[in-house]
Write a protein that binds this ligand. Structure first.
Ligand code: PHE
Length: 515
């Protein structure tokens, strides 16, 4: 019976797994549009600054805590902190909640891939071809709860099999092939996208400052403060931070590996892929809209509609080659979704796998992964059947609220997203920064980093970021998320977010032993 804790087979394998976790639906359907809407390079600049000063800092911290303790989130926090021992539970609850909708979206991707594959293999009739156009397909899919649940289940089974294969035998092996394949397919899709007539309008939307407004895509560019919140939230989700995933992967990493250069590689690769994904999807979406007489401000370029309406239209209008590009594209998205989902599932199950190992019960990974998968699938049932709020069982409907409602009760996907990505993620990161920076000491992380790295610049940089920059930026992100989900008065949510920061800062500093 195996009695040793799992590890990655190589640093390259770890990198592919971590990049796989980071590169997901968030990169493809969030980043490009938010970048264009917020003035291209302005957004990119804010994003990169936040990624360097906060993302990198939290990434290094998570990896260090994971590797230092060699424990899953629940036990790792318990070991590191007196005051914040409970954050570990947040880092298990949030990935669980994210999985309840990520699995449903993964199911959608599977459906679209199958549709395009069927079209490609059998060259279906013109009648059917018409149905493959975006809106009709999307509506039909959402109105079919049975189908949605079936494909959600299928997605979960695929992920479960990979996670059951173990850290190096399943997760690492999948990513070592999946990530390079994803990059290759992305290049193919980019080549097709940017050569479509009028594609240049899409490139301008993404990269030319102010073009989103000038070109008529949106009415008004968002202000800098709101860009800060949006970019911060996007960056965090995209880098898989504060969800236990990176911490868990870090706990499987060898002591000799360099945490700082690894973190830089992950952040750089994730950002690069996000920009590449933008160049793959936005010019195609815009070109197809213009070529078919759709006003540019009516082209859906964000969220599920970008993936499942706009882009399906692009493929449907491409003629014979359409289904082929459709298959390549949705397969690429599927790889991105699976590689992220398996990191979320690993973060949820790791604690129980560790416990059994410690109790001398041997390696119970298979049984625990099965349980975790079953629980996620049961919870995902409501999200699948809800069909993004189209089947009248969304939270507002169940509560009997009619009329316009805030996002977080408009459908079950947003409801799950609100508590995980909206609240738990920024809060968890804020508390982690307070815990390391003030309750314990930045030294905690720096010592662990020191195994493979020594630099006085990094020591100073890290200390300032973890103590001051990260907590304040996380308050902005928290406010931005609450404004997005709950709506209403912005001032109120800023007050709530900074009030939360102040309260926890007092809690952290109270009764602190002087060293
Ligand atoms: N980073 C993934 C994405 O961009 C989502 C994710 C978040 C995965 C947190 C794991 C942990 O879609």
């Amino acid at each position: 019976m195996e009695s040793k804790r799992s590890t990655f087979g190589s640093n390259f394998g770890f990198l592919m797994a971590a990049i796989g976790s980071a590169v997901g639906l968030g990169n493809i359907w969030g980043f490009p549009y938010k970048m264009g809407q917020s003035g291209g390079f302005t957004f990119l600049l804010v994003y990169l600054l936040l990624a360097v000063f906060v993302g990198l800092t939290i990434m290094v911290s998570e990896l260090a805590i994971g590797r230092k303790t060699r424990l899953s989130p629940i036990d790792a926090y318990r070991e590191v902190s007196k005051k914040y021992k409970w954050i570990g539970w947040l880092a298990v609850a949030s990935p669980f909640l994210v999985m309840t909708f990520y699995a449903v979206l993964g199911g959608y991707v599977l459906q679209y891939m199958s549709l395009n594959l069927a079209e490609l293999s059998f060259g279906l009739s013109d009648l059917f071809r018409q149905q493959i156009t975006g809106v009709a397909t999307f509506d039909a899919m959402l109105a079919n709860p049975f189908g949605c649940f079936f494909f959600t289940l299928l997605f979960m089974v695929i992920c479960m099999v990979i996670v059951m294969g173990g850290v190096s035998g399943g997760i690492e092996r999948f990513n070592k092939i999946g990530m390079p394949a994803l990059a290759l397919m992305l290049v193919i899709v980019i080549a097709r996208s940017v050569t479509l007539p009028n594609a240049v309008e899409g490139l301008k939307f993404m990269f030319v400052p102010g073009y989103a407004v000038k070109g008529g895509f949106i009415d008004e560019a968002p202000g800098l403060i709101s860009v800060l919140g949006t970019a911060g939230g996007q960056m965090f989700f995209s880098l898989s931070l504060a969800m236990g995933a990176i911490l868990t992967y870090g706990s499987y990493l060898g002591k000799e590996e360099n945490l700082v250069s690894n973190s830089i590689t992950i952040v750089a690769a994730d950002t690069l892929i996000a920009i590449m994904a933008g160049v793959a999807v936005i010019p195609a979406a815009v070109a197809n809209g213009i070529n078919n007489g759709i006003p540019v401000n009516e082209i859906a370029m964000n969220g599920p509609k970008l993936l499942f309406v706009t882009l399906q239209d692009v493929f449907a209008n491409m003629g014979k080659a359409g289904p082929l590009f459709g298959v390549i594209f949705y397969l690429l998205v599927l790889l991105a979704a699976i590689s992220s989902a398996i990191s979320l599932m690993e973060a949820v199950g790791a604690h129980w796998i560790d416990m059994d190992l410690k109790a001398g019960k041997g390696d119970t990974r298979k049984r625990i992964t099965l349980t975790v998968s079953a629980l996620i699938t049961i919870a995902a049932l409501i999200v699948a059947v809800d069909g993004l709020g189209s089947n009248n069982i969304h939270p507002a409907a169940l509560m009997g609220i009619t009329g316009p409602v805030p996002d977080y009760i408009a459908d079950w996907l947003d409801f799950m997203d609100c508590w995980s990505e909206g609240i738990a993620m920024p809060l968890g990161a804020m508390l982690m920064a307070l815990m390391i920076g003030w309750e314990r000491s930045p030294q905690l992380v720096l010592e662990e980093v020191g195994h493979g790295y020594r630099s006085t610049f990094f020591v100073k940089f890290y200390t300032v970021c973890i103590r001051f920059v990260a907590p304040v930026v996380m308050a902005f992100v928290l406010a931005g998320q609450m404004i997005g989900f709950f709506g209403g008065h912005e001032a109120l949510w800023y007050a709530v977010a900074f009030g939360t920061l102040a309260l926890f800062a007092i809690y952290t500093l109270s009764g602190r032993e002087k060293k």
